[in-house]
Design a protein around this ligand. Structure first.
Ligand code: NOJ
Ligand code: CA
Length: 565
């Protein structure tokens, strides 16, 4: 057991040992394969991240959340992990990881890593051992193997469907099947197995010892399962989707409390304690279970991400979540974009009725389907307004790489270039998530837009020519670019941030949301179609998400103001 307060890689750190650093952090998600490529193989890597630390400093984020960088065949973009305690050779080495974390810490930026405990990859040593071992063996008990059904045992144990399409059971050729809630390359672990639990505690310590400040927990609500026979049908499970009493056989079960209490004990071995944020797509009233201080401590709310650009909806969501975190003493988590959803600059430009819900914007991208016009100008204006509002809210703001450039979704990736299993396993139904994972444009006038080193045009997903106008060097030079808006907003947020109080200001206009934070900091957003006049009493203008003249706040615009006292 270790009680190390700092890791060997922490030399030169400027981070204070503040146990509450996460409560109102601006966290920048790096999807490493698409961030920066140091060696020209078309795949972003850890050295690429290290080389961009100055960019992150100038942007002004408090922490990085790094999506999976573990050895992986990339059947699901790295969420299919071969080895939890190593770095994918395509992305670098453990030494590169140590260098990256040292550079981040020296720059005052924390690091949260993604951990994927529900399933490993089918190439994980344990799964290979399970395949090579007989039914009923200890090796098979680490995963979820069951005998086939039907007269000759060739039918799957149940009709359950996987999240990426197809059956959730895969035959292994000896009469048994294994469970995979996601792709067949992602066999689910059996969390009732003590070895599985211990191995993850080992993994948490492995990274915490290297100085990692926290963990983002993938599908945190899925680990515990009840596979008591007879298994219910898929239709029954669907009907139970919203149960909130922990009785669903696959999701949000009570046994998770016990699992995460063990994780908490490991987090608390460190000073400051390591933090965690749950990715748990549960009914909002159940979120507090994951956010509890005895559990993971924080849980994502994806409510704003699923909302329309609408004042009433935003206000209800903000109120609800403030009340929800009060139950546990956790802090809020706001997010508009991540590697699983259509980028919000595009989502907000879709026709109002067009699939923003459910598939989170992907409805319009249907393979072979009709593409509705996207109003890119409106989408970006709303995205900038929404982001500025979010950055004034109490709690953590989770930002996804590229949103600080106002980057739109890439809609027209040719089928042959797509990578996401969602596309392959639901042919013609869902084009998947590649459109938000296209490598970032850094330099307008360079091959691969500067994603790779000088002269390299390699990119693991094709970049469209219009990426040039969103390149970092272009936006850097334009004073009111989205990049400069984020930089200014993050710097001001730092300077202004007090405690987590929020007070609504009644403006008399239903299409305007205005709130006050401690110290006279105010945020006002116009969600309507007509300008709104900012009363002088609201304070002096600090920052605007779009052009503004005098005291008239145009539609789809947010301003920050500062009132005396
Ligand atoms: C959620 C991750 O964000 C997503 O990218 C992944 O496909 C699934 N979990 C399965 O690990
Ligand atoms: Ca590379």
């Amino acid at each position: 057991m270790t009680t190390a307060a700092t890791s060997t890689s922490d030399a030169g750190t400027v981070l204070a040992a503040d146990p509450n650093w996460w409560r109102q952090a601006a966290v920048y998600q790096i999807y490493p394969r698409s961030f920066a490529d140091s060696n020209g193989d078309g795949i972003g890597d850890l050295e690429g991240v290290t080389s961009r630390v100055p960019y992150l400093v100038e942007l002004g984020v408090d922490a990085v959340w790094l999506s999976p960088f573990y050895p992986s065949a990339l059947a699901d973009g790295g969420y299919d992990v071969d080895d939890y305690r190593d770095v994918d050779p395509k992305l670098g080495t453990i030494a590169d990881f140590d260098e990256m974390i040292a550079a981040l810490h020296a720059a005052g930026i924390r690091l949260i890593v993604d951990i994927v405990p529900n399933h490993s990859s089918n190439r994980h040593a344990w799964f290979q051992e399970a395949l090579a071992s007989p039914r009923g063996s200890a090796a098979r008990d680490r995963y979820i193997f069951r005998d086939g059904e039907g007269p000759d045992g060739t039918e799957p144990p149940s009709d359950w469907r996987a999240m990426f399409g197809g059956s959730a059971w895969e035959p292994v050729g000896d009469g048994q099947f294994y469970l995979h809630l996601f792709a067949p390359e992602q066999p689910d672990f059996n969390w009732a197995n003590r070895e599985v639990r211990d191995d993850f505690l080992h993994t948490l310590r492995f990274w915490a010892d290297r100085g990692v400040d926290g963990f983002r927990v993938d599908v945190a609500h899925a680990l515990a399962k009840d596979l008591t026979y007879p298994l219910r049908s898929h239709a029954e499970l669907e009907k139970m989707r919203l149960v909130t009493d922990g009785s669903h056989p696959l999701w949000d079960r009570e046994e998770l409390d016990e699992i995460y209490a063990e994780w908490r004990a490991v987090f608390d071995e460190y000073d400051p304690p390591r933090i965690a944020v749950a990715e748990a797509w549960v009914e909002p009233s159940r979120r507090h279970r994951y956010a509890a201080p005895t559990s993971l401590g924080q849980a994502f709310n994806f409510d704003l991400l699923r909302a329309d650009f609408d004042a009433d909806e935003f206000r209800a969501i903000i109120d609800h979540n403030i009340a929800s975190v009060a139950v546990t003493g956790s802090s809020n988590t706001w997010v508009f974009s991540n590697h699983d959803v259509v980028r919000h600059a595009t989502r907000y430009g879709l026709p109002a009725d067009h699939g923003r819900e459910g598939a989170v914007g992907r409805g319009w991208l249907l393979s072979g389907g009709a593409t509705p016009p996207v109003d890119a100008e409106l989408g970006l204006r709303r995205a900038r307004a929404a982001s500025l509002l979010m950055l004034a809210l109490p709690g953590s703001a989770y930002l996804y790489q590229g949103e600080e450039l106002g980057l739109p979704e890439v809609a027209d990736i040719p089928d042959a270039a797509r990578r996401d299993p969602t596309f392959f396993r639901s042919p013609g139904v869902d084009v998947g998530r590649d459109g938000c994972r296209v490598p970032l444009p850094w330099i307008a006038d360079a091959p691969s837009f500067g994603f790779g080193p000088a002269g390299s045009d390699a990119s693991h997903l094709p970049q469209p020519s219009w990426f040039s106008s969103f390149a970092v060097d272009v936006e850097d030079a334009v004073p009111d670019s989205t990049l400069n808006l984020y930089r200014r907003a993050l710097a001001l947020r730092h300077a202004l941030q007090g405690d987590e109080a929020l007070t609504w200001i009644e403006t008399g206009a239903a299409f305007v949301l205005a709130f006050a934070r401690p110290g006279g900091w105010r945020s006002v957003t116009n969600f309507g179609d007509a300008p709104f006049t900012l009363a002088d009493g609201l304070g002096e203008l600090l920052l605007a998400s779009g052009p503004i003249e005098g005291r008239a706040l145009p539609p789809a615009t947010t301003v920050w103001l500062r009132a005396a006292g």
